[in-house]
Design a protein around this ligand. Sequence first.
Ligand code: ATP
Ligand code: MG
Length: 366
Amino acid sequence: MRIEKIALNGFRNYEWDTAEFAPGTNVISGQNAQGKTNLLEAVYMLSCGRSFRTRFDRELVGFGYSEAQILADVYSHDRAQTIDMRMRPGMTKRILVNGVKKTGAELAETVNVVLFCPDDLNLIKEGAAVRRRLMDNAISQIRPRYGEILSQFNRLYEHKTRILKDWREKPSLLDTLDEFSDGMCRASAQLIRYRASFAARLNEAAPPIQREFSGEGEELSLAYKTVSTVRDVYAQAREIYYDICEHQEAHRQAELESGQCLTGAHKDDLEIEINGRPARSFASQGQTRTAALSLKLAEREIFLAETGEYPILLLDDVLSELDSKRQEFVLNRIGGGQTLITCCEDAEISSRTGGRVLFVEKGRIR
Ligand code: ATP
Ligand code: MG
């Protein structure tokens, strides 16, 4: 899967310009605030119709423009395809794939990407929510059923939280509490099975990447953590469900007192260790970046195994803080598939890649 050409019209700081990409590595080079991330953002949007930086289309439309357009030629599922996306503030996006109207979600049938942006460093250093999001995003792209269960779970969670917050003022709410708890236990059991097997695959794919990336020195390991009473995360959903119910029963009173849901997959985590120590507390900046990137590259391998094609890899600002050995890995040794990497011109990095270099200056691509 690859993007061959993109045209941007009134998108962010691009008035009108086109870029052609090589099938392998593409370095997008330029000084700060010239439009490098904007270009990656446009490519990202081709995979889902949304930006990774904003929820608001109006921010994507160039200052002084009434509409933004992204046109792209991509090659995926063994054929050339075209995507035409138009955004106008206050209107729904219009997306055409090969001239046929599609929703943002349906774009995943045509283009898939794996993105690494500076926010992803939080994967290592921040709380569990970011790591759950990594699992949720990746699994729902591969298994649409997972996305359905997850939204169902989230609805139950919100409902139950409201009951636990408001039951003192309105005791009749308690009539339905156990029903919601049961629903959450059931949905959790299913989510846990999916997450456990995804985490296991990640734990197979990520450590060899980290090893090569770091020059053999670093051993990455991942451990999936869920409700403490679950004995076997790979068991049948029914067994997992019974185990979770045990936890739920033991915590019912505490939930009423604390006003919080204490049982369920919303507290899951993916613990990350480097050389046997929790990365969250001990990883250096370079290690943090390397580990986060290894996870993303592992996600790409899982995607390949599932779909037979590498997704397009988008790396925003990944090179800073990496030593030259690790930079060389990013620039020249991420094999297979297409990669788009942004970097600052000053770093003179562009000369060290065998791939194509695109220079971006004031919304123009050379
Ligand atoms: P850095 O190296 O600092 O990350 P960059 O090249 O990635 O820089 P971008 O994030 O792509 O920079 O932004 C380039 C410019 O686009 C910024 O100056 C920003 O203010 C401008 N910009 C953002 N949104 C719009 C918009 N809707 N219309 C016009 N310009 C915009
Ligand atoms: Mg940028």
